[in-house]
Write a protein that binds this ligand. Structure first.
Ligand code: ADP
Length: 263
């Protein structure tokens, strides 16, 4: 475990946010001096009490919202707007009911200069990457929630992003399905067969966070700041039943006190 933020060489990070301040138009100050850094090969989780600003932070990291102060950099270059290199995966599973799995995945290639055949081939590869080999022609209504979320992940992969931003990606799945996808997801994400370099996930499920993350940023206070950064060194696969896992879980819970307003 490690407290505070390390002062590291910025060029080593895939995505980083430095000195982020942000207020909504209604004057609500969400962030004060947020610093986050995602290094290559790292699965980052962001946790904090409900309403602290986790989803807002993901939208800032993806270039969807502009910070009032501070900067987001993708591979060292300022990020001012959304880019296909950073994929945002929402908690609500977005698949279009009138399109089959393959067509849903092809949506993310529409802006690229590709022929239909190239798009179809890439969609098939992306679907097999998430374990949906042979399911290309299924429509969302014929799929389970877990399969639909896999389609959404395949669509994100098909745009060849460097970073995945995941907002509660398992929240709307039943627990068994979520557990199955969680067990697969780390290997899917870091298979080494795609340009993907880093994942930043927001979750309120601390067991899920401990199963997946290499580093955990803990947000608290109003306005929110990073009150701690925890390195998770447990070996994978991680068993939620181990003593070490439970000790880490207790430690994380202790950070999630109700937020206090700073004067
Ligand atoms: P979390 O993801 O941690 O639950 P959010 O990022 O959704 O938190 O929201 C952070 C805070 O900003 C909350 O208090 C929320 O009510 C407020 N908020 C979210 N979106 C808006 C908006 N569009 N305008 C004003 N306030 C907002």
């Amino acid at each position: 475990m490690e407290m505070g933020i390390k002062d590291e060489n910025v060029t080593n990070s895939i995505l980083e946010a430095e000195g982020i301040y942000f207020s909504y138009d209604n004057g609500y100050d969400v962030f004060e001096n947020i610093n986050i850094e995602a290094e290559p090969g790292k699965f980052i989780a962001i946790i904090g009490p409900s309403g602290i600003g986790k989803s807002t932070l993901l939208r800032i990291l993806g270039g969807f919202l502009k910070p009032d102060k501070g900067i987001v950099r993708l591979m060292g270059k300022p990020l001012y707007e959304p880019t296909p290199e950073v994929a945002l995966i929402h908690q609500s599973i977005v698949t279009f009911p009138w399109m089959d799995a393959k067509e849903n995945v092809m949506l993310s290639m529409k802006t690229k200069n590709m022929t239909k055949d190239e798009m179809e081939e890439k969609a098939t590869v992306s679907l097999s990457r998430v374990g949906l080999d042979g399911f290309e022609d299924l429509y969302p209504k014929e799929m389970s929630g877990g399969m639909r979320q896999r389609v959404a992940i395949a669509r994100a992969f098909a745009a060849d992003p460097y970073v995945f931003l995941m907002d509660e990606p398992f929240a709307h799945l039943d627990e068994l399905t979520a557990e199955g996808l969680r067990q697969d997801i780390y290997n899917i994400l870091f298979s080494g067969e795609t340009p993907l370099k880093s994942v930043i996930m927001v979750s309120h499920n601390l067991t899920e966070v401990l199963e997946l993350a290499d580093e955990i940023y803990i947000l608290n206070n109003i306005p929110a700041t990073v009150i701690s950064k925890v390195q998770v060194t447990m070996q994978r696969p991680r068993s939620p039943r181990s003593d070490e896992f439970n000790a880490n879980l207790d430690m994380l819970y202790s950070y999630l006190t109700p937020p206090r307003k700073k004067k």
